[in-house]
Design a protein around this ligand. Sequence first.
Ligand code: NI
Length: 188
Amino acid sequence: MPRILSFARLGEPILYEKTPLIPDPTALEIQEAIADMLHTMEVRGPCFGLAAPQVFIPLRITIFSIPKVPHHSRYSYTPEYDPDGVPQTIMINPEITPLDDETTPGWEGCLSVPGLLGEVERYHSIRYTFQSPDGKTHTREAHGFHARVVQHETDHLDGILYTMRMKNLRSLTFSEENLKHRELFETH
Ligand code: NI
């Protein structure tokens, strides 16, 4: 039976550690960790992504998906790149290569930093490679919000939280207040 895992919040040491590469994605302990993460996401309710260290698992695994909706009150989707959204993707050992130097600011939140949003610069276009639980290697290109989510989740595997990427902490705001007064904090 998969377990419901508890969340590590800002200040837990595991969130600041770099996780090691997983030698065999098909290993039983990896499959069990993924099952626990999926179950936890189901119970916890919808979220864009979850990285294993956020649920106290020191492994190089993240799960994300981007639903098919043109707009979200908290985030700026980029349906021009992913009109059908991005289906649930389990990434083991993800690696990111920016396609160029262009960066764009956008809003981010995190289960490890509950209730808050902040504006973060990320590469607009990336290529990323990862292994799926069957051990196969996949390569994708991503732009806009899709690229942002992959960068955010992969950062978790290197001990980096979005707040550590913020150039100006002025935009670090509670999401309810942010939605009411966003124009005061948004640079894009
Ligand atoms: Ni996060």
